[in-house]
Design a protein around this ligand. Structure first.
Ligand code: KIV
Ligand code: ZN
Length: 398
């Protein structure tokens, strides 16, 4: 295979050969039910978690992080119930590097235990208050304990993007020695930018032998998806996501955006059945009561809606004139809409009228268009019922 990184002969600048990533496989680790549920104001019952877990399984995610079993009786029960569902996805439970946390995850019957510990100086000094040596020893012990129970072990160095790289490499090396399967580089407070994150991930990938490298990006600066994609470019082969970008503060990397970025922009392979992306987003919206913005990419109401005359005309002629083309509404289970308003043109009105069974002459069409624009100018959305009323009146008059 062609190595994705190549050095140009121009001052040693590293360029990226995107084509080399076509067909690369990447695992989708979904944390909607764990970090997503940490969204302020969101709390899911075990029954709601089961409904979402079934949908995520239908969607085809590789891993469902179902919760943090030690955190509450309800969460333990939810994780236990999701694990007992017999899903195709691996079910994961979160645990600090402590026996009682790991035991709770094991008792809940998960396939994978996600152990984590802070590694940045700021978090070590102000939250866990232990020496680096103690942290490494405890992390190794935790991984060994998980592995001794025959489960897959994922280890996260929390706040990795604010951790000195030599220490990050040291702790990842130590857990690799304890037979850890997957290491995670979390951008816990969302401060990574794609260029530097790519370099960090590359360095960690180069320093590990067998472990899969995973990333968990928060969206404090709106860069979580971009950072997931940069990590993939750098060699990460598992990315963490949450439906609708739910999660602590500004949330986690958005599931639909990450998946479609990987599919459409890189030609990467995931196990996701993308036509279920829209219904997944809507289900999670309904159960969490966190609304999807109208302009949200991929699953937002307007993601494939066109109002301007120029755009609508183009799209009616050929959809990729004003859509990406490498991603269509059908690919994600959404629908294209031509919206009528002050920017509408003749083609869109004619098309909408013809769908309703009207065939106005040129004068009637011009008059209908003007009345649609007048309504749009008053700040009103022009609905199908409005158009029908206007058409009835105008065709009756002219
Ligand atoms: O943001 C974070 O660092 C986390 C860890 C538990 C992976 O959610
Ligand atoms: Zn997180």
């Amino acid at each position: 295979t062609i190595h994705p990184w190549r050095k140009s002969n121009l001052r040693g600048i590293v360029f990226y050969n995107i084509e080399a990533l076509r067909g690369e496989e990447v695992r989708i680790f979904d944390t909607t039910l764990r970090d997503g549920e940490q969204t302020p104001g969101v709390s899911l019952t075990p029954e709601e978690k089961i409904i979402i877990a079934r949908q995520l399984d239908k969607l085809g995610v590789n891993v469902i992080e179902a919760g943090f079993p030690v955190s509450s009786r309800g969460d333990f029960e939810a994780v236990r119930m999701v694990a007992a569902e017999g899903l195709s996805a691996e079910v994961c439970g979160l645990a600090r590097i402590m026996r009682k946390d790991i035991d709770a995850a094991l008792d809940a019957g998960v396939d994978m235990v996600h152990v984590f510990v802070s590694t940045s100086d700021i978090q070590i000094q102000h939250t866990i208050k232990k020496s680096r040596e103690e942290i490494v020893a405890q992390a190794v012990e935790a991984v060994e304990y998980v592995k001794s129970h025959g489960r897959t072990c994922l280890f996260s160095a929390m706040d990795a993007t604010r951790t000195p790289v030599p220490f990050l490499k040291e702790i990842f090396g130590a857990v690799e020695g304890a037979r850890c399967d997957i290491i995670n580089i979390p951008d816990t407070v969302g401060v990574a930018i794609p260029t530097t994150f790519r370099q960090l991930v590359r360095e960690i990938c180069n320093s590990t032998k067998k472990m899969v490298v995973d990333v968990h990006c928060h969206n404090d600066f709106g860069l979580a998806v971009a950072n997931n994609l940069a990590a993939f470019e750098a060699g990460a082969r598992e990315v963490q996501v949450a439906a609708n970008g739910l999660g602590e503060r500004a949330g986690n990397a958005n599931l639909a955006e990450t998946v479609m970025g990987l599919h459409s922009m890189y030609g990467a392979k995931t196990t996701i059945h993308t036509p279920y992306l829209f219904e997944t987003a809507k289900l999670v919206e309904r159960l969490t009561e966190v609304r999807i913005s109208r302009t949200a990419p991929i699953v937002g109401e307007n993601a494939f809606a066109h109002e301007s005359g120029i755009h609508s005309h183009g799209v009616l002629e050929r959809s990729d004139t004003f859509e990406p083309g490498i991603m269509t509404p059908e690919m994600v289970g959404h629908k294209r809409r031509i919206v009528l308003g002050k920017h509408t043109g003749r083609h869109a009105v004619k098309q909408s009228l013809s769908e309703m069974g009207y065939a106005p002459n040129d004068d009637q069409l011009q008059e209908i268009l003007e009345r649609v624009k007048d309504l749009g100018d008053k700040g009103k959305a022009v609905t199908g019922a409005d158009l029908m009323t206007i058409a009835e009146v105008v065709i009756g008059e002219l």
